[in-house]
Ligand binder design. Structure first.
Ligand SMILES: C[S@@+](CC[C@H](N)C(=O)[O-])C[C@H]1O[C@@H](n2cnc3c(N)ncnc32)[C@H](O)[C@@H]1O
Length: 309
């Protein structure tokens, strides 16, 4: 409990090309696995700003890294990356930004955080469990059609409509406030079984992504990260499902091409020039890492470098 094994650690360090005196932002601190490795590669003049929206992650980080003056821990969302980095005293000019998306093991493993269909707990699912609406609050109010849309688009759930109908029928009997309750409603509504996969897996993923606005946060963070980087600075993003990875891949492609409105014209204004260059292709965990850390199975790391303006 309380532990999180960082994925693709060596690959992230290589991707960030950490320099001893460099300035880095770990925008998804979690339990600090990547931050610790970056600090390990930094000299006394290096700096790290680490951000997490989960109050428990920040509290655990303060205990773990107390007394290291190179690290500034910030509670907040990476959707407000520029603001958070500047408020921490790093006025742009970063040498690297890391986003290791999704939930941490402590969030998933603690039943009271409400992310898991394997253990019964309050149906919460908020990464920042002190703000916004919980999964239970959203499910209590959302229209059947909205629930179906979320399950289909964010969970790629074939039985989205059936599940939404079952949820609406169940909540008319009694509010759905526990993860176990929701898992049962979904399991009863799904007519088939995918081998090795709980029938509520896709539903829980979809609701989690929705309640935390995960895709919107990512869309908002990527251009901010590109702006914060100094020429030669690196962006590393680890995603865990195809919806996230598609956003990252398309973003890097767009930034490599620059604004198509100016394509072929002799004069391209600075804001319309390519801002990033892709570094290598997508990186996945090797067999040994997947064997020792099953979370690594779906991890995909993409790296890009900031070009001179
Ligand atoms: C996969 S974990 C990161 C683990 C970390 N790299 C480590 O080695 O311990 C993702 C973390 O990002 C945080 N997070 C997710 N979305 C966020 C957002 N929009 N803003 C800030 N933190 C976010 C989660 O709360 C979680 O702690």
């Amino acid at each position: 409990m309380g532990e999180h094994t960082p994925v693709l650690l060596d690959e992230v360090l290589a991707g960030l090309a950490v320099r001893p005196g460099g300035r880095y932002c770990d925008a998804t601190f979690g339990r600090g696995g990547h931050t610790a490795a970056i600090l390990g590669a930094l000299g006394p003049a290096g700096r790290v700003v680490a951000i997490d929206r989960d109050p428990q992650a920040i509290a655990a980080g303060r205990r773990r890294f107390e007394g290291d003056p190179r690290l500034t821990l910030v509670r907040g969302s990476f959707g407000e990356l520029e603001q958070r980095v500047r408020a921490a005293g790093l006025d742009g000019e970063l040498d690297g930004v890391l986003l290791d998306l999704g939930v941490s093991s402590p969030q998933f493993d603690e039943a009271r955080r409400g992310f898991s269909f394997m253990q019964d707990g309050p149906l919460d699912m908020r990464m920042d469990n002190e703000a916004g609406q919980s999964a239970a609050q959203w499910l209590a109010r959302a229209a059947e059609r909205e629930i179906a849309d979320v399950l289909r688009t964010l969970g790629e759930e074939r039985f989205a409509r059936r599940i939404a109908r079952a949820v609406v029928a169940a909540r008319a009997q009694a509010p759905i406030t526990r993860t176990g309750q929701l898992a049962e409603v979904v399991a009863a509504a799904v007519p088939t079984r995918e081998p090795g996969k709980h029938p509520a897996t896709r539903t829980f993923q979809a609701i989690r992504i929705h309640v935390n606005g995960e895709l919107e946060q990512l869309e908002s963070a990527l251009p901010q990260a590109a702006r914060l980087l100094t020429p030669g600075g690196r962006l590393c993003v680890i995603s865990f499902h195809s919806l996230e990875d598609r956003i990252v891949k398309r973003f890097i492609r767009r930034e490599e091409q620059g604004d198509p409105v100016y394509a072929g014209l002799p004069q391209v204004p600075a804001h319309a020039r390519p801002r990033l260059r892709r570094v290598g292709s997508a990186i996945r965990a090797g067999d040994a890492e997947v064997r020792s850390n099953p979370r690594a199975r779906s991890a995909v790391l993409r790296v890009a470098e900031r070009l001179a303006a």
